[in-house]
Design a protein around this ligand. Structure first.
Ligand SMILES: [Zn+2]
Length: 234
């Protein structure tokens, strides 16, 4: 059987386990958090989609301009061939030609606007792709580091837990009961060292002399009057 005086060994082991569990949960939270990469991906996808959206009106506009050019040159051909002699027909062709020129200019303005917007979106898409690729590479490196850290921590944990089980079985059950209760209530610390001057290391309260000598002798459980931790002379 271990005595109360050795209880601090268990406290140290519990802190090791606690630190390991905290680190493990931190590592797992980081592994699960893919938000930076996902948001860079979404931004890239949105810009790709916008480019796709602009491609179709651009093709339509180019096609419309091409058709107007063809029609205009057909009219030119007719007018300069001398085949059209009827003044009303001649006037109708000239009107249509003038209308084609106006429409073509308007269509060319629309096309120019589209091209300017596409260029801007392309530039932003290229930046977004560079950003995403950078984040993606970083994240892959981070994930592989975190995964090996997770493996190391989770393989270390069972050994510590087994050790804890066998050590805690060596303390008297009443000591363990008090220790566990206080540990749960006091942020993972059930036992605190008390120094020569009688200062509780758990809460900095000074322990009365009579109690300090009981702690020193290791005679039963002495709890701090302030934080309730089991006092260990150290
Ligand atoms: Zn205390």
């Amino acid at each position: 059987m271990r005595s109360v005086r050795q209880l601090y060994d268990l406290q140290l082991l519990d802190w090791d386990i606690q630190n390991l569990e905290e680190e493990l949960s931190d590592v797992r939270a980081k592994l699960a958090d893919d938000t930076a990469r996902m948001s860079a991906r979404r931004r890239l996808d949105a810009l790709e989609a916008r480019l796709q959206e602009l491609a179709s009106p651009r093709r339509q506009s180019e096609h419309a301009i091409q058709q107007m050019e063809q029609r205009a040159s057909a009219i030119e051909g007719r007018l300069y061939s001398g085949a059209v002699t009827n003044p009303r027909e001649l006037e109708a062709y000239q009107d249509e030609r003038a209308m084609l020129v106006r429409n073509q200019r308007a269509e060319e303005d629309r096309l120019l606007d589209l091209m300017v917007e596409m260029e801007d979106v392309q530039e932003r898409r290229d930046e977004a792709r560079t950003t995403f690729e950078k984040i993606d590479v970083e994240r892959s490196g981070e994930v592989s580091e975190l995964t090996s850290r997770e493996d190391a921590l989770s393989s270390e944990l069972p050994g510590l837990e087994t050790r804890r089980q066998s050590i805690s079985a060596e303390y008297p059950p009443n000591v363990m009961a008090v220790y566990e209760t206080v540990r749960r209530a006091r942020g993972g610390q059930g036992a605190a060292l008390v120094d020569r001057r009688g200062l509780c290391q758990g809460c900095r309260l000074t322990i009365p002399n009579a109690e300090l000598s009981r702690v020193r002798s290791g005679d039963g459980i002495v709890q701090c009057g302030s934080c309730s931790r089991i006092l260990i002379y150290g």
